[in-house]
Design a protein around this ligand. Structure first.
Ligand SMILES: [Fe+2]
Ligand SMILES: [Fe+2]
Length: 267
């Protein structure tokens, strides 16, 4: 049977293969909207690329070769701070798209809906940060960026439980820990607009971690495993190192990630 609607998997694959930032962000938002409005067909047979396309700029450097960013007080320091956050959000668009596109077939339509909504949020975060950089006389791509962020996706491409354990429940959860201190620093500099952007991102990221934890629970259930034990096992296996505190326990708890989960893995 043929369906006149485009396949959601084809649309996701195409968005992952866009390098140009504006075009990628528009594509992510359009897919989320089209999916919500029933304009895409639930078909995820398209293979996802091993790695998404990247723009020519920023230059990607291994984490150890990134220039030091200082505390964000100088003009250059401020630009470096917003650029680093913009890069994280840019990669987050692809991480959410890849989650939906790679694992949506086995996980179902509600899973696709959740992660396409996350992708649209990440696209909005990136747009806010790109605008912030422009207001400071810079832009995304003006500085080098960290090359490590896609590695977690590569390492967990074979298993949705591993992907959920590491991407939303370790990496995005880490964002909950560090963002409040950044908000305080930005507020201290008198940057009201920057404070509002980061507060919005923090709110959304609590939801993203919650979405990850919810689906991780379902997968554990399906596999007849205890979520906490499965999570700890997968994080040890696929996230190599131990987790670093201090933790934002209250934000993590409201995202469905209680301390019993991560306390055992603290270095
Ligand atoms: Fe985000
Ligand atoms: Fe996120």
């Amino acid at each position: 049977m043929s369906d006149a609607k485009p396949a959601v998997g084809d649309a996701i694959r195409a968005a992952l293969l866009i390098g140009e930032p504006q075009a990628k962000l528009f594509a992510a938002r359009r897919i989320a909207r089209d999916w919500r409005l029933g304009r895409l067909f639930f078909d995820l047979t398209a293979p996802m690329p091993d790695a998404p396309a990247r723009p020519d700029r920023p230059e990607l450097l291994p984490p150890g070769r990134m220039p030091r960013r200082g505390k964000g007080g100088s003009e250059r320091g401020r630009i470096a701070l917003w650029h680093a956050i913009a890069h994280i959000e840019f990669v987050a668009i692809d991480l959410a798209l890849d989650m939906a596109g790679r694992f949506g077939a086995e996980m179902g339509e509600a899973f696709v809906s959740d992660f396409l909504a996350v992708a649209a949020d990440e696209a909005m975060h990136f747009a806010l940060l790109e605008r912030k950089l422009r207001a400071l006389g810079s832009h995304y791509g003006a500085l080098p960026a960290h090359d490590g962020l896609w590695q977690a996706a590569r390492d967990t491409a074979h298993d949705v439980a591993a992907r959920l354990a590491v991407v939303p429940m370790v990496l995005e959860a880490r964002g909950l820990d560090v963002t409040p201190a950044t908000i305080e620093r930005v507020r201290h500099l008198g940057d009201r607009n920057g404070t509002l952007i980061l507060e919005r991102i923090l709110d959304d990221e609590i939801r993203h971690v919650a979405v990850g934890a919810k689906w991780f629970d379902k997968v554990s259930d399906r596999r007849d495993e205890m979520p906490r034990e499965l999570w700890q096992k997968l994080v040890k296996l696929h996230f190599g190192g131990q987790l670093k505190g201090p933790f934002n326990d209250s934000a993590r708890r409201s995202a469905g990630l209680p301390r019993e989960f991560y306390a055992a893995l603290v270095s």
